[in-house]
Design a protein around this ligand. Sequence first.
Ligand code: ATP
Ligand code: MG
Length: 520
Amino acid sequence: MEQIDWELFKRVVEFRLMKKHSENSQKFVIPPEVSCVTKTLEKAGFKAYLVGGCVRDLLLARRPKDWDVTTNAKPEEIIALFSNTFYENNFGTVGVVNEETKDETLKVVEVTPFRLETTYSDNRRPDAVSWSDNVNDDLKRRDFTINAIALEITEGEGESFMGNIIDPFDGRSDLKRKIVKIAGDAHERLEEDALRLLRGVRIATELDFTIDSAAEKAIIANAELLKNISPERIRDEFVRIIMSDNPSKGIQMAQNMGILKFVVPELLEGIGVEQNKAHAFDVWTHLLETLKHAKKKEWPLEIRLAALFHDISKPETRRRNPKTGEWSFYGHEVVGARVTKNILTRLKFSREIIAKVTKLVRWHMFFSDTEQITLSAVRRMINNVGRENIWDLMNVRICDRIGTGRPKEDPYRLRKYKSMIEEALKDPISVGMLKINGARVMEVTKMPPGPKIGYILHALLEEVLEDPKQNTAQYLEERAQKLALLDEKTLKNMGEKGKEKKEEMQEEDVKEIRKKYWVQ
Ligand code: ATP
Ligand code: MG
């Protein structure tokens, strides 16, 4: 028998221990607003851990969206330790408020006592909430392995800390493998709270992870449970998918797992609905491609939603022309606006968002052949969609075109269209811009109504166009009185000059705009 080399054995064990320790203990950058909360709890003799999404994000070197702390202190004990807190839910969460910070993500640090999981009988809320004195209990109730990691700050100062990781579900290896995996039994956990089906897709989309196969099977099998979830909670996850870096992939993933049907069933109608030759894609793919471009341009939520919904009623309105064999989609934007409004209302979006997205869908079909379009047609369009929405409508239109599979918006046409919009938006130069009006001219000059009043106003307009600083009530009133002394013929000439100046400047403006867009 060989002699055991105890010396070596000891060194191996020590090395292993050290390695294990160094794996669990690492450096983190944690803002003082957060470490101050855990320190305060610890100084009072409690345990305190960072937990959930913020630990996951720290381990991924992503910036956390919010910071959650879990502790063995009870809500009353937490409240007693901090000067500015609020307490308003059934889960024992105390918001510790930081008024000084400018960083939105640090304004409130949420502190929740270790929670013990109880039963769920309605697929959305635990029947009761009870506290535990063990952080592991709290981790067990969390949804995904990557969200069930706690971090205890051990030492450090400023923003740099050493922390100990508590990771009972080995979430870190799922972070490495980029997998969203349910902590515990997938079916059970989804049944408890069906929002987790959609959270899984949302988190996978945001992090660009895949959903592990047990979770996928369980999501597919339990898709219907989403019916029990409130529209507000569904909306929040849906919005996060739309605002992620790869929204079209997220929507596709939701569809693949059978849950899109319980979020926006109207979208499914477009699957396999062929269009005419100018379109490379079916309606469904076209909508996803349009959304993809809206994300690529980093457009805000409203434009992304309009991109996703703009052709939502094409399937419903599709007819085949018996002579040409071509498809038509007459009125799809009108029906589509109505359907969009229904979807957004059902999901409890704000009135502003509903109004804007609906308008963008309603007017997305504008005629844009710049060879033929007139300025008054552009004016009508602006009137329909609203001045404040016209550029967003243009942006939806560009996404639409890219989403059709055409490589590029015709650059000249696009620039021409933009220049026409700007032209139409420009307020006309007129005597209405003056800080005096006809009635006031009559008052200060004591003149009766008649053509002379108009001449005076136009003469004043010329002066103001020459030197905009003169556009004050006081100056113009004094000038009007002096002008009133002139004979009618001289005044008429001056008025004519004012009109010419106005025309000239308007033409100049148009030239400037066209130059800006490099168009004729
Ligand atoms: P982010 O903050 O980026 O939105 P998050 O994972 O932190 O992502 P939160 O809604 O802030 O999401 O939730 C914080 C943590 O609470 C999660 O990481 C998870 O541990 C737990 N959690 C949230 N919602 C659920 C749920 N429905 N079921 C179980 N655990 C949940
Ligand atoms: Mg969070």
